[in-house]
Write a protein that binds this ligand. Structure first.
Ligand code: RIB
Length: 302
């Protein structure tokens, strides 16, 4: 019996968001709307999304001893996330500078701050949390060596889910642990093609190529077009739900969290991805990341 349905090991950022008519080109200045500050970070977002769906969730992360760290801890606790694994201090809380355009698309620059100080030693000190969790998820806004240490400390029977975002080449031992590796089109190209991301073919081809790199399963998210799931049985398309997008920030994190939770509950990969696509669709209909995440009841009503 596991104490947690999901342990998220990852980043926590204060999201500083400005709405713009269009993004500035190099050397250009544009005026935007009023600044909004939201709790964010791909790890913290996943934890809140999972807890809001009713999963018993814990977060292993690092924030600064500052107001942004307080904002993030408050958000986790009010969603019901166990924050015993959230370390405080060592650097300022991570910050994400985000612009959102009228179509709801975003551009993000992250200053990792304390996220960059979440070390392999912090993971080794948290093996109790790892052993108590049915599913463990991670992303790449923390050091890659910390993610490697997570993989090395997984307990037999637990499941590892990785969204390599922002994307970087992954060592074979990390790839081999992923079940699934979850990527969008941009991340797929970087993982397959290296820094230039120059990969030809269709998303179904990318899914097969990614699978050949060693993960037990792969999910390629396609935004409004749903997702592709791939494992030893082949590639399956999973539809999405059509909604009017207001802000896509954090929708991928909600997708990953929902997928992890449903897999932990025993759903098949296509079933879990179909549910996750509904959660991601709900998340784009509201502003912000964590503020936009639905409850299980809201997903049913979608
Ligand atoms: O995936 C969305 C997240 O990316 C934002 O909340 C921001 O903090 C960046 O980490």
């Amino acid at each position: 019996m596991y104490a947690y349905d999901l342990l998220v090991v990852g980043s926590a950022n204060a999201d500083l968001v400005v709405e713009v008519e269009r993004r500035p080109a190099a050397g250009e200045t544009v005026l935007g709307g009023d600044l909004a500050t939201h709790p964010g970070g791909k790890g913290a977002n996943q934890a809140v999304a999972a807890a809001r769906l009713g999963a018993r969730t814990a977060l292993l992360a690092r924030v600064g001893d500052d107001a942004h760290g307080g904002l993030l801890l408050d958000s986790q606790r009010s969603a019901g996330v166990d924050t015993a694994g959230v370390l405080v201090g060592g650097a300022p809380t991570g910050v994400a500078l985000i612009t959102v355009d009228p179509s709801g698309d975003n551009s993000i620059v992250v200053s990792p701050g304390a996220n960059g100080r979440l070390t392999p030693a912090d993971v080794r000190a948290a093996t109790g949390l790892l052993g108590a969790s049915r599913v463990v998820s991670a992303q790449l806004e923390i050091p890659l060596e910390t993610v490697v240490e997570v993989v090395r400390n997984l307990t037999p029977g637990s499941r590892f889910v990785l969204n390599p975002s922002p994307p970087a080449p992954l060592p074979p031992e990390v790839l081999a642990a992923c079940d699934p590796l979850i990527v969008n089109e941009h991340e797929a190209k970087v993982i397959l093609g290296g820094a230039d991301g120059d990969v030809s073919g269709e998303p179904a081809d990318w899914a097969r190529l990614l699978l050949a790199k060693g993960p037990r399963s792969v999910v390629v998210t396609l935004g409004a077009d749903g997702a592709l799931v791939a494992d030893g049985r082949g590639v399956t398309a999973v539809p999405s739900v059509r909604v009017a997008a207001v802000d896509t920030t954090g929708a991928g994190d909600a997708f990953t969290a929902a997928l992890a939770v449903r897999l932990g509950a025993g759903a098949s990969l296509p079933e879990a991805a179909a549910y996750a696509a509904r959660v991601g669709a709900a998340a784009v209909t509201r502003r912000g990341a964590q503020d936009s995440y639905p409850t299980a009841e809201e997903v049913e009503a979608l």
